[in-house]
Design a binder for this molecule. Structure first.
Ligand SMILES: Cc1cc2nc3c(=O)[nH]c(=O)nc-3n(C[C@H](O)[C@H](O)[C@H](O)COP(=O)(O)O)c2cc1C
Length: 184
């Protein structure tokens, strides 16, 4: 049931991933699902870079090195985590947004559409038993130094993913009733 899938989807972090590889077919399925997200004016602003193998290791090196350059007092734990996260993942899907160069819709609508595409992938991961989470460190503003980003293309984070052992953790939410106003 879609309702159960939505409720049971969780953020699963790289420390929880096992060594099982993710088949290319599964990643293609996820990307297909992303591509069916809704968009205003059909701009389809989601752009992805799928990183596996050495490219993934290079990403870890870039993130941990950059962190040490830009941070006054870099923390060892964080340096290690930035390096380990891509290394421990079976794949990293880099989440990018391509701004419509004609500005046909406000930028927030493009970001919202990309987020909907990511949610599609995240739900499909839950369905396939693949753990994943959207990581959005401050370092994403430097990603144009690592990738050859197109004009108007912005990195919005990383979808780290991998299979994991055991059950998904319990989710926590405050009641929806606290966030809704019903009007007659
Ligand atoms: C746009 C976005 C960015 C996020 N960035 C981070 C992040 O940088 N670090 C992190 O630990 N979790 C990040 N998350 C995951 C949230 O922490 C997580 O979704 C939230 O705690 C709820 O848990 P759940 O996904 O298991 O329901 C992000 C989620 C979204 C939607």
């Amino acid at each position: 049931m879609i309702f159960d899938l939505i409720k049971n989807r969780r953020s699963i972090f790289p420390v929880q991933y096992n060594d099982k590889p993710i088949a290319k077919e599964a990643i293609v399925q996820l990307l297909e699902a992303a591509n069916w997200a809704p968009t205003h004016k059909k701009t389809e602003p989601w752009r992805f870079k799928v990183m596996q193998g050495k490219s993934k290791e290079d990403l870890g090196i870039f993130l941990s090195t950059k962190y040490q350059v830009v941070e006054d007092k870099p923390k060892q734990v964080k340096i290690k985590k930035l390096m380990d996260n891509p290394a421990r993942s079976a794949a990293v899907i880099v989440i990018c947004m391509q701004r419509d160069l004609n500005g046909s819709v406000p930028e927030w609508e493009e970001v919202a559409a990309v987020a909907m595409a990511v949610q599609n992938m995240w739900l499909c991961c839950a369905e396939l038993g693949i753990g994943c989470y959207w990581s959005s460190p401050g370092l994403i503003k430097y990603m144009d130094e690592f990738f050859d980003l197109a004009d108007g293309e912005k990195c919005l984070g990383f979808l780290y993913m991998g299979y994991f052992d055991g059950d998904s953790p319990e989710g926590v939410r405050t009641p929806i009733a606290d966030k809704v106003v019903w009007m007659d």
